[in-house]
Design a protein around this ligand. Structure first.
Ligand code: SAH
Length: 476
C-alpha cells in the first residue's frame, strides 16, 4: 500500500486552492461538498469561481500565490496547470501542509481517490496513481453494486443508534444486532423507500435483540488456497466472525478477507508438531461460543474431508452449541483443476476415491489396497508425500500397472503451484527429484496422463463387467 487511505474532516475548515481553470473548478466543487471554507488564489478565474465569490460562498484573491498563503489552511490544492505548480507544491511540502498538485502525484503529499458518494456513504478507490482510469472503472462497478438508497439506510441506522445502545450493551451482541439488521427485511424496507414502515418494525427488532445473544460455531472450508475459491458464504462469515480459529493450511491471502478486529487463533497442526491438541481446539471453540461469540473454524479445503470437521461438529453439538458447516473446494478437485485433470472420465474413470496417505509407524498407510487397484477409477491421495514410495509399492503389489499415470500437484491454486507427472513405479523419485515438500495431492489413474486417458494399454475387464458404483471415500 503506497498511500494510506484516510477520510479528512474539512467541514468548516480553511482550504486553499491555487489556480482558476477547469481543474481548479472540479476540485472546488469537491472541497465545497466536504464543507470546507475555500480560498481561491488566482489572477484569472472561471465564471463559476467568480460567481461563488460574488455570492460570498468562496473567497477569491485575485493575485499570485504568496508564501504566507501557507499559514492557516488544513490543506492545499495546486491547480495552476503551469510550471508554478512545482514551486508552490514544494513550498507547501516544506511548510508541512498537506498538498495535492492536480495530475502531478510526484509533487503531492496526498492524492485524491475516485469516489462514490451515495448520500454520505463514501467509497474511495485509488490505484496509487498507477492507473487512474482503472480506478474509475472500479468506481463504476461499485456504483452499480450499491443500492440507490444506501445513504438513507446509513442515516436510518444512525437515527436508531441511541435506542440500540440503550437496549444492547456494547460488545459483540451489539455488533451482531447491526449485522442482522442490515440483512433484515427492515433494511430492505428502507432501501425500498418505506421508511415509515421500517421505523415501526425497528422497535420490535431492538426489543428482541435485548435478549442475551447466543454464540455459535461455523465450520468453514476455505478451499485449497486461492482466495477467489472461497465461497461467498465463507467471505460473509469471515466478515462477521468475532473469533477465527485456523490452522496451518490457511494462508494470509485468505485471512485478508477476515474482519480486521476479529480475534485470530492459530492452532497449528503441522504433521509432526501439533501446536494445539484437538481437545484444546475443541475446548477453545466451545468457550468462545459460550461467551456469545460467533466463531469461524476455518479449515483448508473442505472441512469434512480429512479435516476432522465431523468430530468438531459432534463435540460442539453434544455441548448444545449451535454448529453450521460451510463446504469448501477440496484439495482433490482444486489440484485436478490446476493440473487439467478430469477426476472422472466417461472413457476411463467411473469413480474417484479419496484416500489418506498418512502412514502408520511402519511408513505404510493402512488402506484397502485391493479395492484401490480396481480398474476404471481415479485414486486421489491426500497427505501422501512422505509415503509416496510405499503407496506405489503397495498398489503395484496388488496388481496395478507400474506404468499407471500419476500426477503430483503441490500447492495447488497458489502462486507456488507445481504440477509434475510420471508413472506409478517412479512416484517416489518424481516426488524427490522435484523437491515436493509442501501440501501436495497425488492423483493416480489413467486420467492423470496428459493429454487424456488413452495412454496406457491395460489388461482390464470391460466397464460393464464391473459392479456399478459412484464416487466413494475411503478413510485410512
Ligand atoms: N480438508 C482438506 C484436506 C486436509 S488434509 C481438503 O479438503 O482439502 C491435508 C492434505 O490436503 C495435504 O497433505 C495435501 O495432500 C492436501 N492439500 C491441501 N491443500 C493443498 C493444496 N493447495 N495443493 C495440494 N494439496 C493440498
Amino acid at each position: 500500500m503506497q498511500y494510506f487511505p484516510v477520510y479528512f474532516r474539512l467541514a468548516g475548515r480553511p482550504a486553499l486552492l491555487v489556480g482558476g481553470g477547469d481543474a481548479a473548478v472540479r476540485k472546488l466543487r469537491l472541497l465545497r461538498r466536504a464543507g470546507a471554507r475555500v480560498t481561491v488564489v488566482a489572477l484569472e478565474a472561471d465564471g463559476e469561481i467568480a460567481r461563488l465569490a460574488a455570492d460570498g460562498d468562496v473567497v477569491w484573491q485575485r493575485r499570485e500565490f504568496r508564501d504566507d498563503d501557507l499559514v492557516g489552511p488544513a490543506l492545499i490544492i495546486v491547480a495552476t496547470e503551469s510550471a508554478a505548480d512545482d514551486r508552490i507544491a514544494e513550498a507547501a511540502r516544506e511548510a508541512g501542509v498537506p498538498v495535492n498538485a492536480v495530475d502531478r502525484p510526484e509533487l503531492s503529499t496526498f492524492i485524491m481517490p475516485a469516489i462514490v458518494d451515495r448520500d454520505g456513504i463514501v467509497v474511495a478507490i485509488s490505484s496509487g496513481g498507477a492507473a487512474p482510469v482503472l480506478a474509475r472503472r472500479i468506481r463504476e462497478r461499485i456504483e452499480a453494486l450499491l443500492p440507490g438508497r444506501v445513504g438513507r439506510l446509513a442515516r436510518f441506522a444512525e437515527g436508531f443508534r441511541g435506542a440500540v445502545e440503550a437496549a444492547i450493551p456494547a460488545g459483540p451482541g451489539r455488533r451482531h444486532f447491526w449485522e442482522r439488521f442490515f440483512d433484515s427485511p427492515v433494511a430492505a424496507q428502507v432501501l425500498d423507500g418505506d421508511e415509515r414502515g421500517a421505523r415501526r418494525a425497528m422497535a420490535g427488532l431492538v426489543d428482541a435483540a435485548s435478549l442475551p445473544t447466543e454464540g455459535m460455531v461455523y465450520i468453514v472450508g476455505a478451499g485449497p488456497g486461492d482466495p477467489e475459491l472461497l465461497t461467498l458464504k465463507a467471505v460473509r462469515l469471515l466478515q462477521q466472525a468475532d473469533v477465527i480459529v485456523h490452522d496451518r493450511l490457511i494462508g494470509p491471502e485468505v485471512l485478508d478477507y477476515a474482519r480486521r478486529d476479529a480475534e485470530r487463533l492459530y492452532v497449528g497442526k503441522a504433521r509432526s508438531c501439533h501446536s494445539r491438541s484437538q481437545d484444546e481446539i475443541n475446548a477453545v471453540m466451545a468457550e468462545k461460543a459460550r461467551e456469545g461469540r460467533i466463531v469461524v473454524r476455518l479449515k483448508g479445503g473442505d472441512p469434512m474431508i480429512f479435516g476432522r470437521g465431523g468430530e468438531e461438529r459432534e463435540y460442539l453439538e453434544n455441548l448444545g452449541i449451535r454448529v453450521e458447516v460451510v463446504p469448501g473446494i477440496t484439495a482433490a478437485t482444486g489440484s485436478a483443476a490446476a493440473a487439467g485433470i478430469s477426476l472422472t472420465h466417461r472413457d476411463c474413470a467411473q469413480a474417484v476415491t479419496f484416500v489418506t496417505g498418512h502412514a502408520r509407524n511402519d511408513g505404510v498407510p493402512d488402506l484397502d489396497w485391493t479395492s484401490l487397484v480396481r480398474m476404471h477409477q481415479t485414486v486421489a491421495v491426500y497427505m501422501g508425500v512422505s509415503s509416496a514410495g510405499a503407496i506405489a509399492g503397495k498398489l503395484i503389489g496388488h496388481g496395478m500397472s507400474p506404468a499407471m499415470p500419476v500426477a503430483v500437484v503441490e500447492n495447488a491454486t497458489l502462486k507456488t503451484e507445481k504440477v509434475v507427472r510420471g508413472r506409478l513405479d517412479r512416484l517416489a523419485e518424481l516426488v524427490r527429484e522435484n523437491g515436493i515438500v509442501g501440501p501436495a495431492m497425488i492423483v493416480i489413474g489413467k486420467v492423470a496422463a496428459e493429454p487424456g486417458c488413452n495412454v496406457v494399454p491395460l489388461k482390464q475387464p470391460a466397464l460393464r463387467d464391473l459392479p456399478r458404483h459412484e464416487a466413494w471415500v475411503v478413510a485410512g
